[in-house]
Design a protein. Structure first.
Length: 273
C-alpha cells in the first residue's frame, strides 16, 4: 500500500504501521514484532476490559468509583473531575472533560477490587490471552504503561471491528458518546466546546484540528499516545490504521500533528478508491 510509505521519512528511530481495509485485508510496513510502548492507546484496552467485566457482572459502569458522585463510567470517559495526574479531584463529576491518567487508573483499581485480583491479571485473562496478544505487557500504569507490537494491536483492531469478547451492544457503548456536550481539551491538540469521548476511547466527532485525518468520519474512534503512537477505526469507511514509533510525542508534536493526518487521509483515499 503506497500510503504507508509516508512513514519512511518520519523523524523517529523506529516505526511500524498498518492499515486494515474494508475487505479485511491488512497492509503493513516496518517491524511487526518490535515491542513499542503504546502509551495512551492502553486506555482503549482498559475500556474494553471494563466492558468485559460488565458482561461478566464483575462491575457495573454506573457503580460508584472515585470521588463522591463519580462512577466507573465517568472515569472511563474522562468526566470524573480528576486532573491529568494526581489523586485529588479538581472538579465535580460530569461538568467538563478533563483528560486524566488518574481517572483511568482509578477505573482499573475499581475493577481489580471488585474482581479480587490485580487488574493486569484480569486484563490478561479477559482480553489479551483470548485475542492472542501474547507480546503485550502491562508495565506500570494501565493508563499508559503497556508495551505491545504491531502484530498484537492488529489482533485488537480485529476485535474492535468484529467483537467476539463483547456483545454488539457493549461494543457500541465503547464508541458511543458518554456525557454529551462537555467542553474539554485533547492534550497537545486543541480545546473543544464539545469534546466527545467514549469509554476509554476518543471519538472524532467534529473536532478540528485533530490528529486523525480531515477525511475521517465523525464516528471514527481511537487514541494517540505520548510515545508517538496512534490507532483509529473508522466504521463509516470500514478502514483502520495503526502507527507505532519510539520517539516521545512531545519531542516532535508539531511535526506529528502534520504527518499523522497526512497518513490518515492517504490511507483512506487509497483504501476507498
Amino acid at each position: 500500500m503506497e500510503a504507508l510509505r509516508l512513514v519512511d521519512d518520519w523523524p523517529v528511530p523506529t516505526v511500524a504501521v498498518a492499515a486494515v481495509l474494508p475487505d479485511g485485508s491488512v497492509h503493513q510496513r516496518g517491524p511487526a514484532h518490535h515491542r513499542f510502548r503504546i502509551a495512551s492507546i492502553a486506555k482503549m484496552l482498559v475500556g474494553w476490559t471494563a466492558l468485559v467485566a460488565c458482561e461478566e457482572r464483575t462491575v457495573s459502569l454506573d457503580q460508584p468509583a472515585g470521588q463522591h458522585g463519580c462512577t466507573l463510567r465517568h472515569l472511563l470517559a474522562h468526566a470524573g473531575g480528576y486532573a491529568f495526574d494526581g489523586p485529588e479531584p479538581i472538579s465535580r463529576p460530569g461538568v467538563r472533560r478533563i483528560y486524566s491518567n488518574t481517572g483511568i487508573e482509578l477505573a482499573a483499581d475499581a475493577l481489580a477490587e471488585s474482581a479480587g485480583i490485580p487488574f493486569a491479571t484480569y486484563q490478561r485473562e479477559a482480553v489479551l490471552d483470548p485475542l492472542g496478544m501474547n507480546a503485550t505487557e502491562l508495565r506500570g500504569s494501565p493508563a499508559h504503561g503497556v508495551h505491545s507490537t504491531l502484530h498484537d494491536l492488529l489482533a485488537f483492531v480485529d476485535e474492535l471491528r468484529h467483537p467476539r469478547l463483547l456483545s454488539l451492544a457493549s461494543a457500541q457503548q465503547f464508541s458511543s458518546v458518554q456525557f454529551a456536550g462537555l467542553p474539554g481539551i485533547v492534550p497537545g491538540v486543541g480545546r473543544y466546546d464539545d469534546c466527545v469521548w467514549g469509554l476509554g476511547t476518543e471519538l472524532r466527532g467534529n473536532k478540528s484540528p485533530h490528529w486523525t485525518g480531515t477525511q475521517n468520519s465523525p464516528g471514527t474512534f481511537g487514541h494517540f499516545g505520548g510515545a508517538g503512537t496512534l490507532l483509529w477505526v473508522d466504521p463509516g469507511a470500514q478502514v483502520s490504521c495503526i502507527a507505532l514509533t519510539d520517539r516521545p510525542f512531545d519531542d516532535w508534536s508539531a511535526e506529528a500533528l502534520r504527518r499523522w493526518p497526512q497518513l490518515s487521509d492517504a490511507v483512506l483515499a487509497e483504501a476507498t478508491g
